[in-house]
Design a binder for this molecule. Sequence first.
Ligand SMILES: Nc1ncnc2c1ncn2[C@@H]1O[C@H](COP(=O)(O)OP(=O)(O)OP(=O)(O)O)[C@@H](O)[C@H]1O
Ligand SMILES: [Mg+2]
Length: 359
Amino acid sequence: MLLTLLDVHQVRNLQKIRLEPSPRCNIVYGANASGKTSLLEAIYLLSVARSFRTPHIRNVISHEQPHLQVFAKILSVEGQSHSIGLQRSLNKTRIRIDGEDINQVAALSTLLPVQVINPDVHKILEQGPKYRRQFIDWGVFHVEHQFLIAWKTYYRVLKQRNAALRQKSGTEAIKLWDTQLIQQAREITLFRETYLQQLIPVFNQYVQKLLQLEVEMHYQRGWNADFTLTETLDKNLEKDTYRGFTSAGPHRAELEILYQGKPVQTVFSRGQQKLLVCAMRLAQITHLKNQNQQQSVLLVDDLAAELDIQHRRNLVELLIDTRAQLFITATEAEALDIPAEIEQKMFHVEHGEVKEVVQ
Ligand SMILES: Nc1ncnc2c1ncn2[C@@H]1O[C@H](COP(=O)(O)OP(=O)(O)OP(=O)(O)O)[C@@H](O)[C@H]1O
Ligand SMILES: [Mg+2]
């Protein structure tokens, strides 16, 4: 789905803005602190009800305001349209789809898949495995919506098993949870492995185009592959009871990305890391479009950061080729150099006001 109309109220310094984006390419430009990233943040909020900059919603709501609001009209490839809205205060989230209150954020995400590429992207490679698991799970969820049920059930059971471990409830009580845990773990693993099997060839093509080299992507399930999860849970029972948590399972899975046998984050430059993460995101968007005919919205904040002119041009070309709806920020519009034949709109942001620039 693509955004055809966007209303943002009280998101950081954006008090009240409305825009009608292009279905293809939107260039958002303006001086530092004008509100460009805040505009991308508003779009992201509409998909997942949280920010990509902070876990604290109070930082995102405009100062002195009780809540933020984002509304949009969206349109599918088949021409179906919906209106969606989000209101968030410090302690309440309200979601509306086509005039009805909905209590599942996933309903918004399903309609509006959104990806972000910003100057922080290298963190997905450098920080803990949680970020790589989130990368996989974004893709699995959008391709296979049933994944969410397995995922939620798994985490619920895991929480209960961990509570039993902490309370030293005894082997029998703990093992009661294992059957369910193992069954959901099997489903999650199968979903993730099947997804990655399909994603990796697409990813490899993007890596080749953006970096002109080869990397390897390996999924590790979250426990030693020489043993079943049942065996592993049994083997770890004493250690897990002592520590009070379950130390093996899909919640400990890892996605390893290697260049010449070494983790990319230890050998790649910042620019290479950014291009690699771009390859990961572009692969997901392309795969989702091929599998489900679902178009994504791609938010690219400060595209130019870390990239030389040749890599920048190359990336822009690939971004456009995905047919995702693009929102790209820059301090100067001309820095991006989008080919004139591509349908595009330009928006100038100044002190929290957004104006379309008619070219
Ligand atoms: N909760 C808030 N309420 C009001 N204003 C805020 C809030 N949080 C941040 N701001 C202000 O919003 C402005 C816009 O920030 P934003 O990060 O969107 O700028 P930007 O255009 O992306 O700048 P840059 O080019 O430096 O990345 C800043 O002046 C910031 O201080
Ligand atoms: Mg910014």
